[in-house]
Design a protein around this ligand. Structure first.
Ligand code: HEM
Length: 185
């Protein structure tokens, strides 16, 4: 699959697309309707889509220069041939989170939940791309669409990272989360 380096990305679920849905679980809040396949693209969604989510890549909000350097040294872009497994995890955070000032959010995110530090240990096996939806004009149901891909052998490591993150203080502010697992046939 060619590397995608987009700003606005559309995730369309339906009967067609390169990714086959293997699991769709509501972690908290309502699930999304089941669909067999998913397409991720920078172009308009197929007309047979059952549901469509949109997000845009953006600048970093919370990372320090040292963290950005550490990320840049280790991270790889999604789309590697060996990365046949993927996860799309749409997330919405609560009004309490968004009411916090930036420095308090950073404290929770990194100083107390160690999000970046935890995640760095899983690079480059896990490739990630964060899409923001909150400021789009399309009234998106989530704040973030998180996308990850990895080789089948790294699926257990990915689950361990997710379990660690979901146990953090940051995740107390997550009020809607759906975990969608995919495989490229
Ligand atoms: C944000 C790193 C895995 C969910 C971020 C940010 C970094 C990061 C640096 C902050 C971006 C910014 O400054 O704006 C990592 C690394 C991971 C990883 C290195 C290793 C694979 C995960 C996983 C999830 C996740 C497994 C679970 C779905 C999120 C969310 C945000 C985020 C929702 C946005 C938080 C917010 O802006 O409030 N991640 N992450 N990340 N990550 Fe991760």
């Amino acid at each position: 699959m060619p590397a995608l380096n987009p700003r606005l990305v559309t995730f369309a679920a339906g009967g067609s697309g390169p990714w086959r849905v293997t699991q769709l679980t509501a972690v908290c809040g309502p699930a999304l309707p089941w669909a067999d396949r998913l397409t991720m693209s920078a172009t308009p969604p197929p007309s047979d889509a059952l549901w469509v989510l949109r997000g845009a890549t953006s600048h970093q909000r919370y990372t320090t220069a040292t963290e950005q350097d550490a990320l840049a040294a280790r991270q790889v872009a999604p789309g590697r041939a060996a990365a046949r497994c993927a996860a799309l995890i749409p997330i919405r955070k609560s009004a309490d989170w968004w009411a916090l000032p930036q420095d308090r959010r950073r404290e929770i995110f990194e100083e107390r939940s160690h999000h970046t530090r935890l995640g760095l240990a899983y690079l480059p096996a896990i490739a990630r791309r964060l899409h923001h939806c909150r400021d789009l004009s399309t009234a998106e149901p989530f704040d973030f669409l998180t996308w990850f891909d990895f080789a089948p052998d790294d699926a257990a490591a990915f689950d361990a990272l997710l379990a660690a993150l979901r146990a953090t203080e940051e995740w107390r502010y997550v009020e809607h989360e759906v975990d969608i697992r995919l495989i490229r046939d």
